[in-house]
Design a protein around this ligand. Structure first.
Ligand SMILES: CC(C)(COP(=O)(O)OP(=O)(O)OC[C@H]1O[C@@H](n2cnc3c(N)ncnc32)[C@H](O)[C@@H]1OP(=O)(O)O)[C@@H](O)C(=O)NCCC(=O)NCCS
Length: 157
């Protein structure tokens, strides 16, 4: 397996892979392939994010999209194609990133949906440890709080 930096010419493929990633991780993001491709083009053009493609002689095996700041490397997207999972490709891709691409003196972060159990297991086996948990109440599902208080009657003179 080898890797190379993605260029603008790769955005068509990255948009398609990003769409598969969203489906596989169970994300709510409803963007189309064309929109994802456009978003990717914006990120790579501005330099806000960099992407690496992992390949063998025949095909693209996966990709990583990340943003590096002064103190942190935030891995926003990481994907291995469906029919090549559990072959150690993700592990090898991470080994390349850690050894050759990312600096050793920065905090490394990744976000994962709690229901994406495969990815949670993968990140933990890569050495990431739990730090933050996002909780939510979706619009229209707000519970009625039972706080035991009654509204005070307002008496106007
Ligand atoms: C998560 C993902 C990148 C893992 O890639 P992969 O190439 O299949 O992972 P590897 O084969 O290198 O697995 C390395 C280790 O991770 C863990 N792991 C990987 N997939 C797992 C799964 N489905 N269930 C449990 N553990 C898993 C195991 O510890 C595994 O080691 P082992 O095979 O010796 O048991 C891949 O499943 C994927 O692309 N999923 C869809 C996209 C996604 O969810 N990306 C992450 C978003 S945060």
């Amino acid at each position: 397996m080898k890797y190379r930096a993605a260029t603008i010419a790769d955005c068509v493929e990255l948009g398609r892979l990003n769409h598969e990633l969203i489906r596989d991780e169970g994300h709510r993001n409803a963007m189309t392939i064309a929109q994802l491709e456009e978003q990717m083009r914006g990120w790579l053009t501005s330099g806000e994010y960099r992407a690496l493609l992992f390949e063998d002689d025949r095909e693209t095996l996966g990709y990583a999209l990340f943003r590096e700041t002064e103190t942190e490397v935030y891995l926003r997207q990481f994907f291995v194609i469906r029919r090549r999972r559990r072959e150690g490709i993700g592990r090898r891709a991470m080994a390349e990133l850690l050894a050759d691409v990312w600096p050793r003196n920065k905090r490394l972060t990744v976000s994962v949906l709690t229901k994406n159990v495969a990815a949670v297991a993968f990140w933990r086996s890569m050495g990431y440890t739990d730090y933050e948990l996002t909780l939510e109440i979706m619009p229209g599902t707000q519970p009625t709080p039972n706080h035991g208080m009654q509204p005070t009657a307002v008496v106007r003179g």
